[in-house]
Design a protein around this ligand. Structure first.
Ligand code: SAH
Length: 393
């Protein structure tokens, strides 16, 4: 069974009859055998998305609702997990809904649309989310990094009880939990859906290595890793990010968790934060200053064509980190680019180690949690890949 859901224009020999963009389209082999039901839109950079390989299926908004509901239902056992109420409910193509990501944060659902398909069926997705989990509020945004490729205008739409609100009235502080740590949900023009819940399992693993270490959390965002290493008993942690508002949220979250007794008293004294370009910053630190580092850069390869340059940037970052870290130090290193395969990433680490003159041991192989499934027929869904490595000089 090979059901990759994307068809590019070059792969289509004939379109008949002519139909409007934004329509269901059946797909056949050149000798007329049915392949799949798809959705066609020539304004999308992927002009045909395949949605069902069952010829008897009836395609409609109702079918999209069904896909969304079954995706949410597959998370049944995960939602009540102890100490966590933030979860991905729909993971795009891996859950059979192209360009549709839905995360829930303790009663607030955020939909991130990165395809014309998702935009077209937004009302159906909102309806399915409302009916399935009845959140107090649903917010939908267009992923800015895909807006131009998909010819979509950026927007932010708010739904309460499934009804769209005219005005976007902001809400009071909204707290959610991940692994017994409190976070305040970012409002306004946030990155992604406001939080990176794909790193949940990896933060727990990092916590286990932190005791007594001086940690550098590069690309810290709002402090998911920082909070965990503080709870894990690190000696110190330095968080660095280029976003001032993310660092501000990080500082507030550390205080909040200290006040709630979720992390040890005095944690704030072990923390420093700095706004900087991490690619530059890592060059400026002294050798042996840190014995644990987290490297979680943004998506460096947006497309396959950007792969080579991206691998160079990943290699440079990792090479410098390996050179600067103390002998025997631990690096948590990640790539969240769908275009970079795990093999590419691991080979890149090999080159970086060679140039840094270090031996490297892989201690843990890291990926996103089970609410971000990897669909075998859509390899791009293995977008988050990482390793915890020990660097021996
Ligand atoms: N580790 C974080 C998620 C990181 S997302 C967590 O666990 O939540 C990537 C982060 O990199 C974002 O916060 C973004 O603001 C930051 N960023 C992007 N480019 C950067 C750069 N050149 N230097 C520093 N930070 C950067």
């Amino acid at each position: 069974m090979k059901h990759h859901p994307w068809i590019f224009s070059g792969a289509i020999s004939r379109i008949e009859p002519r139909f409007a963009a934004g329509d269901w389209a059946d797909v056949f082999t050149s000798d007329g055998r049915f392949i799949a039901h798809g959705w066609y839109d020539e304004k999308s950079h992927i002009i045909l998305h395949l949605l069902s390989w069952d010829e008897d299926e009836t395609m409609s908004g109702k079918f999209v609702q069904k896909l969304a509901k079954t995706s949410i239902a597959r998370r049944d056992g995960m939602l009540g997990e102890d100490g966590t109420n933030a979860l991905r409910l729909i993971h795009g193509e891996a859950d059979f809904l192209p360009g549709v990501a839905v995360d829930i944060y303790a009663g607030i659902a955020r939909i991130v649309i990165s395809s014309r398909f998702g935009d077209h069926f937004l009302q159906d997705i909102v309806r399915a989310v409302q009916e399935e989990i009845d959140p107090e509020r649903i917010e939908a945004v267009v992923d800015r990094s895909y807006a131009s490729a998909e010819n979509l205008k950026a927007y932010r739409r708010i739904f309460i009880n499934g009804e769209e609100m005219e005005k976007d009235e902001s809400f009071a502080d909204h707290l959610f939990l991940e692994d017994h740590l409190l976070y305040s949900l970012e409002q306004g023009n946030v990155q992604k859906s406001g939080f990176y819940c794909d790193q949940r399992e990896n933060r727990k693993i990092a916590e286990g290595y932190a005791e007594g270490r001086n940690v550098l959390d590069l690309f810290s965002y709002t402090g998911g890793f920082t909070l965990h290493v503080l709870r894990g008993g690190c000696k110190s942690v330095k968080a660095v990010d280029s976003s001032e508002s993310a660092l501000q949220a990080l500082m507030e979250q550390v205080k909040l968790n200290e006040n709630h007794g979720n992390i040890p008293k005095g944690s704030s004294d072990r923390l420093s934060a700095e706004m900087a370009d991490c690619f530059e910053y890592i060059r400026s630190i002294n050798e042996n200053e840190y014995d644990m580092m987290i490297l979680d850069p943004p998506k460096l390869a947006k497309t396959k064509s950007a792969l080579e340059n991206a691998l160079r940037a990943y290699k440079d970052l990792n090479r410098v980190a390996m050179m600067k870290i103390r002998d025997g130090g631990i690096i948590f290193t990640f790539s969240c680019s769908g275009a970079v395969s795990r093999e590419d990433f691991r080979m890149m680490l090999g080159w970086a180690a060679k140039d840094a003159g270090a031996e490297v041991q892989i201690l843990n192989t890291l990926s996103a949690g089970p609410d971000h499934p990897i669909r075998l027929s859509f390899p791009e869904s293995e977008y988050l890949k990482g390793y915890a490595i020990r660097v021996l000089k």
